[in-house]
Design a protein around this ligand. Structure first.
Ligand SMILES: Nc1ncnc2c1ncn2[C@@H]1O[C@H](COP(=O)(O)OP(=O)(O)OP(=O)(O)O)[C@@H](O)[C@H]1O
Length: 231
């Protein structure tokens, strides 16, 4: 049975006098792979910031279910180029999520978890490579591994594949899809790439200026995409 993990009820958000969306209703179920699509500036990143609780709704409600404590969110950002001189290797970068103030070293259990997640994300062979010298796909996998380290049950991919080549895109999303299928990890995938959304997601949320539409991914036809882009 599918249980809800996130519920948006009449959600409104505005940056002072700039209204981004109004009356947004959506229920995300555990194990869903939701693609959020829509033109530039329509509010996709703003919605992610609301889910990450970096912003507060200006109206309505955003609720984690069954409780706030039960939902752990992992976040994979947009691709950012990293200074080639960046001092950490992939393994140390992935372990950063466990770093504590005043206790920079990891416990045995934490080191084991880093080893496990490096294997799951297929980064073990290049774990000692300086992150700044890794390929774009490896860098994004390192961000994915870091986001997965603390075993989230809701993973947000915020245009994380946008600058990757097709092979690296597929590799990253295949990994995420596998976790989605094996562990019922719930995924929110923000993208401009409709074919990629169709290939991996089972649901979509299409934001348009002042409106939105949500359905099963099979309903996201070319004709609909064309129509939604012209509203
Ligand atoms: N801090 C801010 N203050 C005021 N307006 C903002 C702020 N951040 C974003 N906006 C505006 O809010 C709207 C939604 O922005 P947002 O970044 O959420 O869109 P997006 O759909 O993620 O765009 P893109 O696809 O280009 O990443 C845009 O018109 C943007 O200019």
């Amino acid at each position: 049975m599918t249980e809800p993990i996130l519920k948006l009820t009449d959600l409104d958000f505005a940056y002072s006098d700039k209204r981004v969306f109004t009356g947004l209703n959506y229920t995300l179920n555990q194990g869903d792979f939701l693609s959020i699509v829509g033109e530039n500036g329509v509010g996709k990143t703003t919605l992610m910031k609301l889910i990450l609780q970096e912003l507060k709704p200006t109206g309505g409600e955003l609720a984690f279910l069954p409780t706030r404590q039960a939902v752990k969110v992992g976040y994979v950002p947009q691709f950012r180029n990293i200074d080639p001189e960046y001092p950490l290797c992939i393994e140390d970068f992935v372990g950063l999520n466990f770093a504590k103030v005043g206790l920079p070293w990891l416990t045995k259990k934490e080191r084991q978890r880093v080893t496990e997640i490096l294997a799951e994300t297929k980064l073990t062979p290049m774990r000692k490579r300086p992150l700044g010298q890794a390929s774009g796909g490896e860098k994004q996998k390192a961000y994915l591994a870091q986001a997965l380290l603390d075993k989230p049950n809701l993973l947000i991919l915020d245009e994380s594949t946008a600058s990757l080549d097709p092979v690296a895109k597929t590799e990253l999303l295949d990994l995420v899809k596998q976790l989605n299928e094996d562990l019922a990890l719930t995924v929110i995938f923000v993208t401009h790439d409709i074919p990629l959304a169709r290939r991996y997601a089972n649901k979509y949320l299409f934001l348009t200026p002042g409106n939105y539409e949500a359905d099963d991914i099979t309903a996201l036809t070319d004709e609909k995409v064309g129509r939604m882009r012209n509203v």
